[in-house]
Write a protein that binds this ligand. Structure first.
Ligand code: DX5
Ligand code: ZN
Length: 220
Protein backbone atom coordinates (compact mmCIF):
# COMPACT_ATOMS: atom_id res chain seq x y z
CA UNK A 1 0.00 0.00 0.00
CA UNK A 2 1.19 3.50 -0.78
CA UNK A 3 2.18 5.50 2.24
CA UNK A 4 -0.24 8.17 3.41
CA UNK A 5 1.02 11.71 3.22
CA UNK A 6 1.06 14.78 5.48
CA UNK A 7 0.95 18.24 3.91
CA UNK A 8 1.37 21.00 6.50
CA UNK A 9 -0.38 24.22 5.45
CA UNK A 10 1.91 27.25 5.64
CA UNK A 11 -1.16 29.43 6.20
CA UNK A 12 -0.77 28.62 9.89
CA UNK A 13 2.99 29.35 9.93
CA UNK A 14 4.48 32.46 11.52
CA UNK A 15 4.82 34.79 8.52
CA UNK A 16 7.40 36.87 10.33
CA UNK A 17 9.52 33.73 10.63
CA UNK A 18 8.60 32.02 7.41
CA UNK A 19 12.07 30.74 6.60
CA UNK A 20 12.34 29.18 10.05
CA UNK A 21 8.98 27.43 9.62
CA UNK A 22 9.89 26.24 6.12
CA UNK A 23 13.12 24.73 7.48
CA UNK A 24 11.10 23.06 10.19
CA UNK A 25 8.99 21.34 7.53
CA UNK A 26 12.08 20.51 5.46
CA UNK A 27 13.54 18.69 8.43
CA UNK A 28 10.33 16.99 9.52
CA UNK A 29 8.57 13.80 8.43
CA UNK A 30 6.10 15.88 6.41
CA UNK A 31 5.77 14.97 2.74
CA UNK A 32 4.49 18.11 1.04
CA UNK A 33 4.16 21.85 1.52
CA UNK A 34 0.51 22.93 1.20
CA UNK A 35 0.28 26.53 0.03
CA UNK A 36 -3.04 28.39 0.17
CA UNK A 37 -3.55 31.23 -2.31
CA UNK A 38 -6.67 33.35 -1.68
CA UNK A 39 -7.90 36.31 -3.72
CA UNK A 40 -10.55 37.91 -1.50
CA UNK A 41 -13.17 37.18 -4.19
CA UNK A 42 -13.58 33.42 -4.34
CA UNK A 43 -13.13 33.33 -0.57
CA UNK A 44 -13.64 36.13 1.98
CA UNK A 45 -9.94 36.38 2.80
CA UNK A 46 -6.61 37.28 1.15
CA UNK A 47 -3.54 35.20 1.99
CA UNK A 48 -0.46 35.91 -0.13
CA UNK A 49 0.54 35.92 -3.77
CA UNK A 50 3.38 35.35 -6.21
CA UNK A 51 6.29 37.18 -4.50
CA UNK A 52 5.73 35.30 -1.26
CA UNK A 53 5.35 31.99 -3.08
CA UNK A 54 8.62 32.73 -4.85
CA UNK A 55 10.31 33.23 -1.51
CA UNK A 56 8.79 30.02 -0.18
CA UNK A 57 9.86 27.82 -3.11
CA UNK A 58 13.39 29.15 -2.82
CA UNK A 59 13.74 27.41 0.55
CA UNK A 60 11.18 24.61 0.46
CA UNK A 61 12.75 21.24 -0.39
CA UNK A 62 9.64 19.11 -0.67
CA UNK A 63 6.76 18.70 -3.12
CA UNK A 64 4.85 21.98 -3.52
CA UNK A 65 1.08 21.54 -3.37
CA UNK A 66 -0.61 24.82 -4.32
CA UNK A 67 -4.30 25.25 -3.47
CA UNK A 68 -5.81 28.10 -5.49
CA UNK A 69 -8.84 29.71 -3.90
CA UNK A 70 -9.18 32.26 -6.68
CA UNK A 71 -11.70 32.98 -9.45
CA UNK A 72 -10.76 32.19 -13.04
CA UNK A 73 -7.50 30.38 -12.16
CA UNK A 74 -6.64 29.80 -15.86
CA UNK A 75 -5.14 33.29 -15.92
CA UNK A 76 -2.26 32.24 -13.67
CA UNK A 77 -1.49 28.61 -14.51
CA UNK A 78 1.77 29.50 -16.28
CA UNK A 79 2.87 31.76 -13.41
CA UNK A 80 2.42 28.99 -10.86
CA UNK A 81 4.33 26.56 -13.05
CA UNK A 82 7.17 29.06 -13.34
CA UNK A 83 7.15 29.53 -9.57
CA UNK A 84 7.76 25.82 -9.00
CA UNK A 85 4.37 24.38 -8.11
CA UNK A 86 4.30 20.57 -8.44
CA UNK A 87 0.56 20.13 -7.88
CA UNK A 88 -1.85 22.88 -8.87
CA UNK A 89 -5.34 22.55 -7.42
CA UNK A 90 -8.19 24.67 -8.74
CA UNK A 91 -11.70 24.85 -7.32
CA UNK A 92 -14.51 23.15 -9.22
CA UNK A 93 -16.70 26.14 -8.29
CA UNK A 94 -14.22 28.61 -9.84
CA UNK A 95 -13.86 27.00 -13.29
CA UNK A 96 -16.26 27.36 -16.19
CA UNK A 97 -14.33 24.84 -18.27
CA UNK A 98 -12.73 22.53 -15.76
CA UNK A 99 -11.61 20.00 -18.36
CA UNK A 100 -9.72 22.71 -20.24
CA UNK A 101 -8.12 23.98 -17.02
CA UNK A 102 -6.92 20.46 -16.17
CA UNK A 103 -5.32 20.03 -19.60
CA UNK A 104 -3.62 23.37 -19.28
CA UNK A 105 -2.17 22.51 -15.86
CA UNK A 106 -0.75 19.28 -17.29
CA UNK A 107 0.65 21.02 -20.35
CA UNK A 108 2.57 23.16 -17.90
CA UNK A 109 4.09 19.98 -16.39
CA UNK A 110 2.25 20.07 -13.09
CA UNK A 111 -0.10 17.55 -11.54
CA UNK A 112 -3.71 18.65 -11.67
CA UNK A 113 -5.92 18.84 -8.60
CA UNK A 114 -9.57 19.83 -8.14
CA UNK A 115 -10.93 21.07 -4.82
CA UNK A 116 -14.58 20.73 -3.82
CA UNK A 117 -16.32 23.01 -1.36
CA UNK A 118 -18.26 21.24 1.39
CA UNK A 119 -21.56 21.76 -0.46
CA UNK A 120 -20.34 20.34 -3.80
CA UNK A 121 -21.27 16.75 -4.60
CA UNK A 122 -18.40 14.44 -5.57
CA UNK A 123 -20.46 12.92 -8.43
CA UNK A 124 -19.91 16.15 -10.41
CA UNK A 125 -16.34 14.98 -11.04
CA UNK A 126 -17.19 11.59 -12.50
CA UNK A 127 -16.87 12.70 -16.14
CA UNK A 128 -13.33 13.99 -15.74
CA UNK A 129 -12.01 11.87 -12.87
CA UNK A 130 -9.53 10.16 -15.23
CA UNK A 131 -7.93 13.55 -15.84
CA UNK A 132 -7.61 14.50 -12.18
CA UNK A 133 -4.45 13.58 -10.27
CA UNK A 134 -5.94 14.59 -6.93
CA UNK A 135 -9.30 15.65 -5.51
CA UNK A 136 -9.06 17.94 -2.51
CA UNK A 137 -12.17 17.57 -0.36
CA UNK A 138 -12.66 20.71 1.69
CA UNK A 139 -13.64 19.67 5.19
CA UNK A 140 -14.21 23.33 6.18
CA UNK A 141 -15.46 26.28 4.16
CA UNK A 142 -12.33 27.59 2.45
CA UNK A 143 -10.85 30.92 3.46
CA UNK A 144 -9.52 30.42 6.97
CA UNK A 145 -7.39 28.08 9.01
CA UNK A 146 -8.37 26.85 12.45
CA UNK A 147 -11.99 25.88 11.73
CA UNK A 148 -13.89 22.78 12.84
CA UNK A 149 -13.94 19.68 10.69
CA UNK A 150 -17.29 19.10 8.96
CA UNK A 151 -18.34 15.51 9.81
CA UNK A 152 -20.17 14.94 6.52
CA UNK A 153 -16.69 14.77 4.91
CA UNK A 154 -16.38 11.13 5.97
CA UNK A 155 -19.32 10.20 3.75
CA UNK A 156 -17.83 12.18 0.85
CA UNK A 157 -14.50 10.36 1.15
CA UNK A 158 -16.31 7.02 0.91
CA UNK A 159 -18.33 8.13 -2.14
CA UNK A 160 -15.27 9.51 -3.87
CA UNK A 161 -13.19 6.41 -3.18
CA UNK A 162 -15.97 4.26 -4.61
CA UNK A 163 -16.18 6.46 -7.72
CA UNK A 164 -12.42 6.36 -8.30
CA UNK A 165 -12.50 2.56 -8.14
CA UNK A 166 -15.52 2.29 -10.42
CA UNK A 167 -13.86 4.49 -13.01
CA UNK A 168 -10.48 2.71 -12.69
CA UNK A 169 -8.77 6.01 -11.94
CA UNK A 170 -5.62 6.56 -9.89
CA UNK A 171 -6.74 9.89 -8.40
CA UNK A 172 -5.49 10.70 -4.90
CA UNK A 173 -7.83 12.04 -2.22
CA UNK A 174 -6.66 14.97 -0.10
CA UNK A 175 -8.54 16.30 2.93
CA UNK A 176 -8.19 19.97 3.79
CA UNK A 177 -9.48 21.68 6.92
CA UNK A 178 -9.75 20.84 10.59
CA UNK A 179 -7.55 17.74 10.41
CA UNK A 180 -6.34 16.58 13.84
CA UNK A 181 -5.42 13.36 15.65
CA UNK A 182 -9.18 12.94 16.26
CA UNK A 183 -10.11 12.35 12.59
CA UNK A 184 -6.84 11.48 10.80
CA UNK A 185 -6.91 7.72 11.34
CA UNK A 186 -10.50 7.32 10.23
CA UNK A 187 -9.91 9.48 7.13
CA UNK A 188 -7.12 7.26 5.82
CA UNK A 189 -8.99 4.08 6.77
CA UNK A 190 -11.85 5.03 4.48
CA UNK A 191 -9.65 6.10 1.59
CA UNK A 192 -7.88 9.44 2.04
CA UNK A 193 -4.27 9.63 0.77
CA UNK A 194 -3.09 13.11 1.79
CA UNK A 195 -3.99 15.05 4.92
CA UNK A 196 -3.45 18.81 5.06
CA UNK A 197 -2.84 20.11 8.57
CA UNK A 198 -2.39 23.78 9.41
CA UNK A 199 -3.26 24.81 12.94
CA UNK A 200 -2.90 21.30 14.34
CA UNK A 201 0.78 21.34 13.33
CA UNK A 202 1.85 24.95 13.72
CA UNK A 203 -0.06 25.74 16.90
CA UNK A 204 1.34 22.63 18.59
CA UNK A 205 4.03 23.03 21.22
CA UNK A 206 6.34 20.86 19.16
CA UNK A 207 5.30 20.98 15.47
CA UNK A 208 8.02 18.59 14.29
CA UNK A 209 7.05 15.92 16.79
CA UNK A 210 3.37 16.47 16.03
CA UNK A 211 4.05 15.76 12.34
CA UNK A 212 5.99 12.60 13.22
CA UNK A 213 3.15 11.35 15.42
CA UNK A 214 0.47 12.14 12.84
CA UNK A 215 2.49 10.42 10.12
CA UNK A 216 2.88 7.30 12.27
CA UNK A 217 -0.78 7.31 13.17
CA UNK A 218 -1.89 7.23 9.53
CA UNK A 219 0.69 4.67 8.38
CA UNK A 220 0.14 1.84 10.84
C1 DX5 B 1 -8.50 26.77 4.23
C2 DX5 B 1 -7.22 26.25 3.66
C3 DX5 B 1 -6.58 25.21 4.48
C4 DX5 B 1 -6.17 25.68 5.86
C5 DX5 B 1 -6.24 24.48 6.77
O1 DX5 B 1 -9.13 27.57 3.32
O2 DX5 B 1 -7.44 25.69 2.39
O3 DX5 B 1 -5.48 24.63 3.81
O4 DX5 B 1 -4.90 26.24 5.91
O5 DX5 B 1 -6.02 24.91 8.06
P1 DX5 B 1 -6.44 24.06 9.32
O6 DX5 B 1 -5.68 22.78 9.27
O7 DX5 B 1 -6.05 24.94 10.45
O8 DX5 B 1 -7.93 23.84 9.23
ZN1 ZN C 1 -5.80 24.51 1.49
Amino acid sequence: MNSKLIAPSLLAADFANLQRDIELINQSDADWFHIDIMDGVFVPNISFGMPVLKAITKHAKKFIDVHLMIVDPDRYIKDFADLGANMLTVHYEACNHLHRSLQSIKQHKMQAGVALNPHTNVELLRDCIQDIDMVCLMSVNPGFGGQHFIERTFEKVKQLRRMIEEENATTKIEIDGGVTDKNAEKLVEIGADVLVAGSYVFKAENPKQTITELKKMINK
